[in-house]
Design a protein around this ligand. Sequence first.
Ligand code: GDP
Length: 719
Amino acid sequence: VTGVQTCALPISFFTELSGPRAMTDLTNYRNIGIFAHVDAGKTTTTERILKLTGKIHKIGEVHDGAATTDFMEQEQERGITIQSAATTAFWRDHRLNIIDTPGHVDFTIEVYRSLKVLDGGVGVFCGSGGVEPQSETNWRYANESEVARIIFVNKLDRLGADFYRVVDQVKNVLAANPLVMTLPIGEEDDFKGVVDVLTQQAYIWDDSGDPTQFEVTDIPADLVDKAAEYRENLIEMVVEQDEDLMMAYLEEGTEPTIDELKHCVRKGTIALDFFPTFCGSAFKNKGIQLVLDAVVDYLPNPTEVDPQPEVDMEGNETGKFADVDENGPLRALAFKIMDDRFGALTFTRIYSGSLKKGDSVLNTYTGKTERIGRIVEMHADERIERDSAQAGDIIALIGMKNTQTGHTLSDPKDVATLEPMVFPDPVIYIAISPKDKGGSEKMGVALSKMIQEDPSFRVETDQESGETIMRGMGELHLDIKVDILRRTHGVEVEVGKPLVAYRESITQTIEDSYTHKKQTGGSGQFAKIDYIVEPAGTGEGYIFESKVTGGNVPREFWPAVEKGFKISLEEGPLAGYPCLDVKLTLLDGAFHAVDSSAIAYELASRAAYRQTMPKAGPQIMEPVMKVDVFTPDDHVGDVIGDLNRRRGMIQGQEGGATGTRIKAEAPLSEMFGYIGDLRTMTSGRGQFSMEFSHYNPAPRNVADEIVKEAHDRKAAAKA
Ligand code: GDP
């Protein structure tokens, strides 16, 4: 970077680039996400990036709730970003599509979703808070999705900020390999700029807050040795990417050129061997240029990441891939549906082929074709119409009628589906009802829109009580939905208390037999089955097997036996919660040439369920959450004591510079309202993250209570 290159381009330059002229050189694309724990400064960093890239002239400070990527009122008030808005910006002739990822744990699903469509990321950490529990969760997800990242250690102007400590945490907490690219100059209030380790130059900003007001100078005397030491470390780490350079360096002491080094950094970054690590202060506009340069220099373009696998209608991989080629058949994934003030936007990533206005594309999920209306590119404060888009692009489609999150849009003449996004089952639910009598239709319309926007959100009607039930990933997730109902859709609702999605399972193996016999007028019904009901392994779901050999139950009726039991499993024998991990083995039985039918076997199987399940040691299963708490050291005892009272199992504890992290597992039912209690216990300084881990048998007294509650609810619904 030089001051001139990065700041002085006239706005018209950018407008021209982003106009109708197609940019099809995919090596100039960077589809990136910026992820961070709530409060680490993701919003501010994004703002600064957009400002620097010439797209925003006025910066909305997060304090005022006016940031541009925080579209929704709810987010602004809570100061968190829950929607993944895709924003396009330009830097050094490169197109950056920035997918805004959410930081709050209840929206981990949104992080997952955005990881799917991006090729690289910037992990933002707070220079004083360091690596927070939630950062680790998102980091792990990004590892699983093999997303290359650079790291930005932010807020170095803050009291207590310590770049080197955060670098250590990246090693110790995230078990990642940070490649230190910049060193801070000055601390806290005195933070002035950064040393570029690679070029051994200093970038020093003035205090105007203008990101373009900086000068490139020699490294301050007190940092010269340190900078040299870090440079040597850097070279040693990166030359491993290139055998020849490594030999020349180690054996002959020949130092690679800057370009060669950059090439190695790029290679290792894309391979996830290390994470180039930068520092600065987004708030004070210091250090952002180097991060943007790194995005361009080190993060992969769409052709450098593994292509998306294609699947058949059952979701099995076909062995083919959506190759990143604008001349290939169209494969695009709708990854986010959002209502903005202009209407419904379907955010879509194109993996292969191209899209033009007026094209007919096949939605492989609905099996119907849809016409592409308008194609727009979203910028922070405006949208730009496009006539076409191609592989590598992230754009929004306007006017899509039947396309929902996770659907593939395909070339109708060469059809393939992209690997679908997987969303875990929601573990928490609440009953809601409209406050006004007339509000029920309005609520229904609003909810059906909201389901489309968020696949981790479900709505159903309770069969018995007729109540509307919202299901989601956590308390806050559902809180926000209630807010959206009220503010966006003008529906005031009454909200029940949050309920846990319990399950049931069995503990014993029972061999049994059932005969279904019915004589109604003319033709009768007959089906006899001998079978074993037993617990299946954890996570195996429902397994059906037939060991019938003699033909006493003809093969054509086996599926009916399988189905009858499967349907019945929706309602467990104890409290009516769905039943997990059960195996049914059909051993033998009998049939009647005239009276046996699929229906008769299905009915026999359903009755067998009612007859045998209560005998098979049924138990209530409760969702157990993985909980990760951060607390200042002086409250560790309180926090652990409290977790124990919540039936939590402490799994580990780890001291850090700013406090202690406690890892535990605790039943969801005990964790309601935890954030409030934790804040109270820790004078507002505690933080935590939580995600679903597994189902565990509920202890006897708890299970009894759950069964009783379920029966009471049923009785109340009947009355
Ligand atoms: P997000 O939750 O990760 O999006 O974080 P925000 O960007 O909303 O920032 C959280 C708070 O930290 C806001 O009050 C910001 O003004 C503040 N903040 C962000 N970056 C910096 C920084 O570099 N230095 C300081 N001192 N504060 C910052």
